[in-house]
Design a binder for this molecule. Structure first.
Ligand SMILES: Cc1cc2nc3c(=O)[nH]c(=O)nc-3n(C[C@H](O)[C@H](O)[C@H](O)COP(=O)(O)O)c2cc1C
Length: 346
């Protein structure tokens, strides 16, 4: 790694960054921009399959495209073959990310059972060797995101792994403080991040169940980690990043967003998504976010139901305007709104 790249990387972690977690079908460039505008210090792309990337698949190529203002953003790759990860890391590097992150934490059976994602945790030696090869192949910093262990071990391997990753030149470790077997169930145990952090000098990023600014501050204080990564809470409440920043920098717990800000974010997300993805698909793609954005507003259920039936940008805007003006008609009856998954994959 060049001295400049190393220095730039260090700067990223100078002030305990709050980081938008990589989330498939969630953290595209549209959502990254919305989170960054609300205080996210650093973002990570959705994970990108190495085979798709190396075959030149359009979806994978799009995922690694970073606009000049989409910085700092890391590109995350996943795969089960060390050589293919090396090749894909070189492709990812050419897109100009802040760093390249290797996913060793995805527990989803179709990925982990094939040896990718958290599957690497079943072969710790091969995992370290793979990371070493990727580090050697690229000049940008390389980081690993993983879990505390697979879950069946008598001793969780993460502390030893952290030390070994650092020894082979990995620049930072993000730790989702659950085992792979836990999936998203049970509680994240941040003490593993503290234990891993204690044996290395590279940044360790604590992740898992950080659902508020107070929890972010506590996770950082209890673990001594260099940064905190936030996933699911950001989908409902992207304002969490500015709330974390304020609490960390000034000790002030910000007031929640106003109704106008909540409606404003709906309008902004709808508009940008429609521009980027075409009207129908763009509008539908916002549905997984809007209910969180609207949370707590009086009559939010009815408003959400109206929006779920509407596929046009103009119609969605008219619904939001009518709500704001206090003249929203009762929501449509009789039909079940299409599910978000149905909409997103339509
Ligand atoms: C919808 C969804 C998609 C995810 N996709 C990825 C991914 O592409 N790469 C990854 O490393 N983790 C992925 N994760 C895991 C998150 O990055 C994060 O580690 C996990 O949700 C725990 O953090 P949280 O409690 O703040 O949500 C995903 C999680 C969710 C909910």
């Amino acid at each position: 790694m060049s001295i400049t790249a190393a220095a730039r990387f260090q700067t990223l972690f100078a002030n305990r960054p709050s980081i938008l977690a990589p989330m498939e079908d969630v953290t595209d460039h549209v959502f990254r921009a919305l989170c960054r505008a609300r205080g996210a210090d650093l973002c990570v792309t959705e994970f990108v399959n190495v085979e798709g990337l190396l075959r030149g698949c359009r979806k994978a190529a799009k995922k690694i495209q970073l606009a000049p203002e989409d910085q700092p953003t890391a590109i995350q790759i996943y795969g089960s073959d060390a050589e293919r990860l090396v090749e894909a890391a070189c492709v990812a590097e050419s897109a100009g990310p802040a760093y390249v992150d290797i996913n060793c934490g995805c527990w989803v059976p179709k990925i982990a059972r094939r040896g990718a994602g958290a599957g690497w945790l079943r072969e710790p030696d091969a995992m370290v060797e793979m990371a070493a090869r990727v580090v050697k192949a690229v000049s940008l910093p390389v980081t690993v995101k993983t879990r505390v262990g697979w879950g069946t071990e008598t001793e969780m391997p993460i502390v030893d792994l952290a030390r070994r990753f650092e020894d082979v030149g990995v620049s930072a470790l993000t730790l989702h403080c659950r085992t792979a077997e836990m999936g998203h169930k049970g509680e994240a145990d941040w003490s593993w991040a503290a234990r891993a952090r204690a044996v290395v000098s590279m940044p360790v990023i604590v992740n898992g169940d950080v659902n508020s600014a107070e929890l972010a501050e506590r996770a950082l204080r209890e673990t001594g980690c260099a940064g905190v990564m936030i996933g699911r809470r950001a989908i409902d409440h992207p304002w969490i990043f500015r709330e974390v920043r304020s609490l960390l920098d000034t000790g002030v717990l910000l007031a929640p967003p106003t109704p106008a800000e909540r409606l404003g974010l709906c309008r902004e997300h709808l508009t940008v998504a429609a521009e980027e993805r075409g009207e129908t698909h763009g509008v539908r793609s916002t549905r997984r976010y809007l209910s969180g954005y609207l949370s707590g507003l009086p009559g939010a259920g009815a408003l959400r139901r109206h929006l779920l039936y509407c596929d046009t940008l103009e119609g969605s805007m008219a619904i939001l305007d009518a709500y704001e003006a206090g003249r929203l008609a009762p929501p449509p009856e009789g039909r079940q709104p299409r599910s978000v998954e149905e909409d997103v994959t339509a």
